[in-house]
Design a protein around this ligand. Structure first.
Ligand code: AMP
Length: 282
């Protein structure tokens, strides 16, 4: 496995590979890899000739009061893990390699970028779309892999690809969880022992909502019960949202449940923001 830091060097490799007609699977990450990331690399490994994972903590998707500086980084560990599941290249550029000082161009996917996580993280998805499109343009992969853990991000990237005629297959990978069902996240590292034990409240609230929906309870009632359940736990400092939406459009469900439903939530356990979701097909 090769670790590449410069765009020019990566392009030299890629030009050779595309002349040989190789398919390229791309997995963008911010590093501090866990089984969630590795599951995407494994998927890419199965479906492509060449696998590239990027590791780049993208400053433009963090708000001014967010955790850009303290976001966990461990390149040595990451490269071992990526190699163990068959990555061929890691692309890990510096901030200056990616963003020149006079960077002025951004990509926005309107409306769906300002609901859910976008409502409390203003500008987050603009930063995500901009880096993803830049990486797509640098790498020009055949397929790109994103986790359903960040389900809204997956919908937004698919929409960006559709709207901007990006000819890359965008593929979603299932959420990988710990044994007690907490979704894996690089941010779980921030949790204290007690917080970690209580973090399962998020999964449990989604499960509760799923059961209530299957019982035919009205949307507003389901949300209220799930929120009450969350806020009863003293480790839940606040919640950003608990939403029930149509799976593909992310439109809010007002009354009648459609066939495919997304239940998604973002909560704060102490100073750590956690997200998770359930997909229900009825
Ligand atoms: P991140 O490094 O957090 O930007 O995540 C990189 C990719 O891994 C994104 O597409 C995430 O959705 C995906 N990912 C993160 N956690 C998980 C998980 N627990 N299960 C599946 N995919 C995940």
């Amino acid at each position: 496995m090769k670790i590449i830091r410069k765009i020019k060097e990566l392009k030299t490799h890629l030009t050779k590979l595309s002349k040989q007609g190789k398919t390229i699977g791309f997995v963008p990450t911010m590093g501090y890899l866990h089984e969630g990331h590795l599951s995407l690399i494994k998927m890419a490994r199965k479906e492509n000739d060449i696998v590239i994972a990027s590791i780049f903590v993208n400053p433009k998707q963090f708000g001014p009061s967010e955790d850009y500086k303290k976001y966990p980084r461990d390149m040595e560990r990451d490269s071992k893990l990526a190699e163990s599941v068959g990555a061929d290249y890691i692309f890990t550029p510096t901030k200056n390699e990616i963003y020149k000082e006079d960077h002025k161009t951004y990509v926005e996917v309107e409306e769906i970028d300002s609901i859910m996580c976008g409502a409390s993280r203003s500008g987050h998805f603009k930063g995500v779309c901009t880096i993803v499109l830049k990486l797509f343009n640098i790498i020009n992969p055949t397929r790109a892999y994103f986790g359903k853990k960040d389900y809204q991000q997956l919908v937004i990237i698919k929409k960006m690809a559709e709207d901007l005629n990006i000819d890359i297959d965008i593929i979603g990978g299932d959420i990988i969880r710990e044994e007690d069902n907490l979704a894996l996240s690089s941010r779980n590292k921030y949790l204290s022992k007690r917080e970690r034990e209580n973090a399962t409240v998020l999964y449990k609230s989604l499960k509760l909502a799923e059961d209530l929906i299957r019982d035919g309870k009205a949307v507003e009632k389901v949300k209220k019960e799930a929120q009450n359940f969350l806020l009863k736990n003293k480790y839940v400092k606040k919640f950003d949202y608990f939403d029930i939406r149509e799976l593909y459009t992310l439109k809010e469900i007002k009354e009648k449940y459609p066939k495919n439903i997304l239940i998604a939530a973002a909560i704060w356990i102490g100073n750590t923001r956690l997200i998770d979701n359930f997909i229900i097909n009825r």
